[in-house]
Every structure is written in structure tokens, then in C-alpha cells.
Design a protein around this ligand. Structure first.
Ligand SMILES: NC(=O)c1ccc[n+]([C@@H]2O[C@H](COP(=O)([O-])OP(=O)(O)OC[C@H]3O[C@@H](n4cnc5c(N)ncnc54)[C@H](OP(=O)(O)O)[C@@H]3O)[C@@H](O)[C@H]2O)c1
Length: 198
């Protein structure tokens, strides 16, 4: 699959690049600071740009089979949706947070919203934009990320509140789930909750 990765220099994004190349995808990395990717081999292309810049995103999206945004946000969603509609690229997966729709565990969700309210409001907006976009979207709501070694397994559900799994999720496992999602057409139009394995 020809896959454009936005947020490619991020802690999750770098795992997406490595695992995506291992899976045989033709990966184009899109980043504001592509010089941070010097150690990454096997990429099909590297594009410098800001995902808020419609012209830069428009150029990068051309000819791709899918876009994986390893960073969430409403301005990024907005430019992506416009560029993808224009170019006819339909498949998009974007990260979001499990806290956006969650109501339980009540204390943890309340505290998370207290500290990250602005980010969650913006992610909720981004989710709504994707859901209304008529693109082939999936939203991957991760729980609390860390940089521990991968377990090679995650817990996935389609509910607002987690149905199991661990609150902590390694970024390597999150990247695995993001790639599994973009590869799976059955997940088009779905918002997945992704937790660590129990
Ligand atoms: N952190 C968590 O605990 C958590 C929990 C649940 C879900 N998530 C979701 O997972 C995503 C990834 O998390 P992470 O911790 O791996 O993120 P991260 O390490 O902070 O990486 C974010 C990446 O996005 C890039 N970026 C940000 N704005 C951009 C723009 N306008 N144009 C181009 N690139 C841009 C950053 O590039 P620069 O280096 O240029 O800034 C960076 O490479 C989050 O965005 C969120 O949606 C995170």
C-alpha cells in the first residue's frame, strides 16, 4: 500500500514508519523536521511540510492509497479532508484519545479532562470532521501511551468506555494497531478504542 504518514517524526509515528516498511508498504513520511528521520531506511519518500499547510498536504497526498495521521487535531483533519477530496484518495486513519468519549473510570476520566481539556475538545472536533467527511475514515482512540517494549497485542473495542485491557499502551503496539486498521477495510467508518493487553 502507498501510505502517507503524517506526524512521522513523533514517538508513535516513528514506529509506524519502521513497522510499515517491515510490512512491505511504500511509506512516504511527512514531517515538519524530516532531518529527525536520518536513521530510517526503506522509506519511499520523505516530504517536509506542516500538516496545516494545504498546498504541502495536497502535494504529499497525490498518488497515495491511504493516509495514516499519527497525530490528531482539527486543523490537520481539515487540511487532510480537503486535500484527500481533491485528489480522490479515500482511506484515512487518525489517532485520537480514548478519553474523548469516555465516562469511566470516572475519577481517571475527570482528572484527564481537567488537565487536557483543550486537546480533547479539539480531538472531538477532529473526530466529528472525519465522521462527516464521506471519506473512508477510521478513528483510533488510544489510551495512555508509553515507550515500553511492545507486547505484540492490544485490546480493541468499539465502545465509549473500555471493555477490558490495560490503561497503559506502548506506542509500538499503538503503531501496530494503526497499521492493522489502515489495512482492514472492515474498519472503515469505525472508531476503535485501543488499550494495552491485560
Ligand atoms: N500521548 C498520549 O498519551 C496519547 C494518548 C492517546 C492518544 N494519543 C494520540 O496519539 C498521537 C500520537 O502521540 P505521540 O505521543 O506519539 O505524539 P508525539 O510524540 O508528540 O508526536 C506528534 C508528532 O506530530 C507532529 N506534528 C504535530 N503537529 C504537526 C503539524 N502541524 N504538521 C506536521 N507534523 C505535526 C510532531 O512534529 P514536530 O516534531 O515537528 O512537533 C510530532 O512528530 C497524539 O497526537 C494523539 O492523537 C496520545
Amino acid at each position: 500500500m502507498k501510505l502517507l504518514v503524517i506526524g512521522a517524526t513523533g514517538r508513535t509515528g516513528k514506529h509506524v514508519l519502521t513497522q510499515g516498511v517491515e510490512r512491505g508498504h511504500e511509506i512516504t513520511a511527512f514531517a515538519r523536521r524530516p532531518e529527525l528521520l536520518t536513521g530510517h531506511t526503506g522509506l519511499a519518500d520523505v516530504r517536509r511540510g506542516d500538516a496545516h499547510d494545504l498546498d504541502a498536504v495536497r502535494e504529499a497526498v497525490q498518488g497515495q492509497d491511504a493516509v495514516l495521521a499519527a497525530v490528531g487535531g482539527s486543523r490537520i483533519a481539515s487540511t487532510l479532508i480537503t486535500a484527500m477530496r481533491e485528489s480522490g484518495v479515500r482511506r484515512v486513519v487518525m489517532t485520537s484519545s480514548r478519553s474523548v468519549p469516555a465516562t469511566r473510570p470516572r475519577l481517571a476520566v475527570t482528572l484527564a479532562w481537567l488537565f487536557f481539556r483543550a486537546a480533547y475538545v479539539d480531538l472531538a472536533r477532529a473526530e466529528g470532521m472525519l465522521q462527516a467527511s464521506l471519506l473512508d475514515w477510521s478513528i483510533a482512540r488510544g489510551t495512555m501511551l508509553n515507550d515500553k517494549p511492545p507486547a505484540g497485542r492490544v485490546h480493541i473495542d468499539f465502545e465509549a468506555d473500555a471493555t477490558g485491557g490495560a490503561m497503559q499502551l506502548s506506542r509500538a503496539d499503538y503503531a501496530m494497531a494503526l497499521l492493522d486498521t489502515v489495512e482492514n477495510p472492515a474498519l472503515i467508518g469505525q472508531a476503535l478504542g485501543i488499550c494495552g493487553p491485560k
